[in-house]
Design a binder for this molecule. Structure first.
Ligand SMILES: N[C@@H](CCC(=O)N[C@@H](CS)C(=O)NCC(=O)O)C(=O)O
Length: 212
C-alpha cells in the first residue's frame, strides 16, 4: 500500500489529489510541523531533506512532488475512473507538463517559501522581513507568467487534466496568504474553480489538507 506522508496545506496535497484522480489505494500519514517532526530522525530516515511529500512505496520512499506525480501516472497509465491519464503519451505534450512542474518546483514554490522559511537563505533577523515583503510581487509575477503563457484553460493543457493541474492548484491555494488576488488573473481563477469542482479536490479538502 502506498503511504503519503504529508502536512496540511503543503504541496503534498497535490500528490493526494493525483492519487484520488487515478483511483489508486493509499494511506495518509500526517507529519506534525508544529512539533517539527520533519526535522527528527524518524522522518529523516524517510527523507533526509526534511520535507513533505514523501510517498512510501513497496520499493522504498520517493521524494520530490514532480517525481512522485510522474510515478503515479506510470502506475496508472490508462488513467483513473474518470479516464484522465494525467501524463500525455505525446512527447511534446509530456514535456510541456514537465516544463510547468519544473517551473512550479524551482521558481514558484521557492518564491512562496520566502514568506515563512527565510532561515533557509539568511541568518540575520533583519533579512527575513525584507524577503517576506518581496513575496507578493514575486508570486504576482509568477501568476502573470502562468496567466499569459501557460494556462490554456480551463486546465493547464486545455480540456484534459494532467499532472501539472493538481500541482498548480495547490499553489493557487497559497495565493491569499501570499497577498495575491487570484481574481486579477482570470484564467488562473477559472482554472482554480474548475479544479474545485472535481471530486478529487473535494475529498482532499474534506480532510483539511488544503489551505483557504
Ligand atoms: N522540492 C520539494 C519541496 C518540498 C517542500 O519544500 N515541502 C515543504 C512543504 S510545502 C516542507 O516540507 N517544508 C518543511 C520545512 O521546511 O521544514 C518538493 O516539491 O517535494
Amino acid at each position: 500500500m502506498l503511504v503519503l506522508h504529508y502536512a496540511p496545506g503543503t504541496i503534498a496535497s497535490a500528490v493526494a489529489i493525483a492519487l484520488e484522480e487515478l483511483g489508486l489505494p493509499y494511506e495518509l500519514q500526517q507529519v506534525s510541523f508544529a512539533e517539527a517532526e520533519q526535522t527528527g530522525p524518524a522522518f529523516h530516515a524517510l527523507n533526509p531533506k526534511g520535507r513533505v511529500p514523501v510517498l512510501v512505496t513497496a520499493r522504498g520512499p520517493l521524494t520530490e512532488t514532480g517525481a512522485i506525480l510522474e510515478y503515479l501516472a506510470q502506475l496508472a497509465p490508462a488513467g483513473g475512473p474518470e479516464g484522465a491519464a494525467l501524463m500525455p503519451a505525446d512527447a511534446y505534450d509530456a514535456a510541456r507538463v514537465r516544463s510547468v512542474m519544473y517551473y512550479l518546483a524551482s521558481t514558484v514554490h521557492v518564491a512562496h517559501a520566502h514568506m515563512r522559511r527565510g532561515t533557509r537563505w539568511a541568518t540575520q533577523e533583519s533579512s527575513f522581513a525584507d524577503m517576506a515583503a518581496k513575496v507578493p510581487q514575486n508570486m504576482a509575477d509568477c501568476c502573470a507568467f502562468l496567466e499569459d503563457n501557460v494556462i490554456e484553460g480551463p486546465f493547464v493543457l486545455g480540456e484534459t487534466l494532467t499532472l501539472a493541474d493538481p500541482y498548480l492548484y495547490v499553489i493557487t491555494t497559497w495565493l491569499k496568504a501570499d497577498e495575491v488576488d487570484i481574481a486579477e488573473y482570470p484564467k488562473l481563477a477559472v482554472f482554480a474553480a474548475a479544479m474545485e469542482e472535481r471530486a478529487s479536490v473535494a475529498t482532499v479538502r474534506s480532510r483539511n489538507m488544503l489551505s483557504r
